[in-house]
Write a protein that binds this ligand. Structure first.
Ligand SMILES: Cc1ncc(COP(=O)(O)O)c(C=O)c1O
Length: 286
């Protein structure tokens, strides 16, 4: 798709013609907030939740941009229209373009707003043999202490993810200096033991994932799996029945190997099948 239209500052323009200034603070400082909104069969998942999280991030950075759900619903429809139903929209708001590089927030600049759509894999198949599975390694979490803000400053996450790629795994599970699991480089995480699903509590060490939010609500509301939001020690991985990760583009995915050791029999477990199935039931309702 050479002439794909993207959204830039209120206009739909060909991707090859969309330009921003090198003085944009998103470029110079990573001074911005982003969202990735998955759409399956042409329908966005959790749009209101994604926009609410973005508003919180913009408020945390004092970026003055008002997100209107009706406007963004129709922008998203327009962006995903050329794709075959399954696409994600990347939405990025930076503080805007200044005339000098200076750390303090300038006043009176217009935020830069950019969005584009890209194709994604169809929803996870409800089949243990067909579902995409992940091999991971663990690493000490060396990112910053504001991981709850979905900032475009992602270098900490990028470096963890790349170190995973360099060692031949698909993701990296992170733990803090107390050996407590936080999240993955680009996902939230879950440890399942005796049909109880544990996930780290929301705090400044993790992103409040929208997939996590929908999944926890779905599991609690349907009552099929017990949920605990609690501190999880890294050692719990070694005795887990199942380990999962979640994100907008992966939905709920089974981790089958951690640091070279199989989880369970090295296939997605029964609880994963239940979780992804009820996630599907709830994902368009929230
Ligand atoms: C660090 C991190 N944690 C968690 C998530 C999952 O968030 P969501 O479910 O909203 O995609 C992401 C998604 O990009 C992420 O980058």
């Amino acid at each position: 798709m050479t002439d794909q239209l993207v959204y830039l500052n209120g206009n739909f323009v060909p991707k090859t013609e969309a330009t921003i200034s090198p003085m944009d603070r998103g470029f110079l400082f990573g001074d911005g907030i982003y969202e990735v909104i998955p759409c399956y069969e042409g329908k966005p998942v959790g749009l209101a939740l994604h926009l609410a999280r973005m508003r919180q991030g913009l408020a945390a950075l004092d970026i003055n941009y008002s997100l209107n759900i009706n406007e963004w619903s129709s922008n998203i429809d327009a962006l995903i229209a050329p794709f075959d139903g399954d696409a994600s929209v990347y939405l990025h708001v930076s503080r805007g373009t200044d005339n000098k590089r200076y750390h303090a927030y300038p006043s009176n600049i217009q935020p830069t707003v950019f969005a584009y759509a890209f194709p994604i894999a169809p929803s996870q198949p409800l089949d243990k043999d067909e579902a995409k599975v992940f091999k991971v390694k663990t690493q000490e979490d060396l990112r910053w202490k504001r991981c709850h803000i979905k900032s475009t400053s992602l270098l900490g996450n990028v470096m963890h993810f790349q170190q995973g790629q360099d060692s031949g795994v698909d993701e990296v599970l992170l733990y803090n200096q107390q050996n407590e699991l936080t999240e993955a480089a680009a996902c939230n995480l879950y440890v399942v033991k005796n049909n109880v699903v544990a996930t780290p509590p929301l705090d400044n060490q993790i992103l409040p994932g929208i997939t996590r939010h929908i999944l926890l609500h779905a599991m609690r509301d349907s009552g099929v799996l017990e949920v605990q939001e609690r501190v999880i020690k890294k050692d719990e991985l070694t005795v887990a029945d199942e380990v999962w990760i979640s994100s907008s583009s992966k939905e709920v995915a089974a981790v089958v190997e951690v640091d070279g050791k199989l989880i369970g029999d090295g296939r997605p477990g029964d609880a994963w099948l239940v979780a992804q199935s009820i996630y599907n039931d709830y994902k368009f309702k929230m």
